[in-house]
Ligand binder design. Structure first.
Ligand SMILES: [Zn+2]
Ligand SMILES: [Zn+2]
Length: 201
């Protein structure tokens, strides 16, 4: 379902059948309740047909597949059945992480610091600045609070491509994510973003 070569997810469009979308075309992500392993996320995405559709994406596909670490990678490694490209990507990812580079990051406003993050912590994405940028609402994996950053599509779509500077909404959102979503949805076009450096060093 995720193609590491094109950085696209294959999802279903009711009008066109199959469609291929980047993570930055996702609009909402919500972890579905239940004990399923890996966890499943209900998402909605903006389709090339102009409509927004629902879809399902597993936790593995969100956080690991872009790094070349597919589902059941450990089993595959043991049986040496990982295909060569994925093997290479996984190796590259491991070396980046060992060098202190993180595949994704965001600026946590309540903590006033950049933090490493995985896409499963994004819960709302919206085009901003006439499609030049993407606003992302992120639940911090460390402090659990919500921040809204303004980033490039590449920052979202390409692991290890971190914008040097991101826009940050200077607002401390409550723990109630729904409220944050409302604020984001209603104010995103006029919301003021202030620049923060996103260096993790
Ligand atoms: Zn469609
Ligand atoms: Zn935080």
């Amino acid at each position: 379902m995720y193609d590491a070569l094109t950085s696209r997810y294959t999802l279903a469009c009711p009008e066109r059948g199959e469609t291929h979308v980047a993570l930055s075309s996702f609009r909402r992500l919500e972890r579905l309740p239940g004990p399923s392993h890996p966890a499943v996320f209900g998402i909605s995405f903006e389709c090339a047909c102009g409509k927004e559709h629902p879809g399902l994406v597993s936790h593995d596909e969100l956080d690991w597949a872009p790094l070349g670490l597919g589902e059941g990678v450990f089993l595959n490694l043991m049986t040496a059945r990982l295909d060569p490209l994925e093997d290479e990507l996984a190796d590259l990812a491991a070396r980046h992480i060992q060098a202190g580079e993180w595949p994704w990051s965001f600026f946590c406003y309540p903590e006033e610091r950049p933090r490493p993050v995985f896409p499963s912590s994004f819960f709302l994405l919206a085009p901003a600045q006439g499609g030049e940028a993407v606003g992302i609402a992120v639940r911090c994996p460390v402090c659990a609070r919500v921040s809204i950053n303004l980033v490039t599509a590449q920052h979202v779509d390409l692991p290890f491509h971190n914008d040097r500077e991101v826009g940050v909404v200077e607002h401390v959102f409550g723990l109630d994510a729904k409220r944050a979503v409302e604020v984001f949805a209603s104010e995103r076009s006029s919301t003021r973003f202030d620049a923060r450096r996103l260096s993790l060093e």
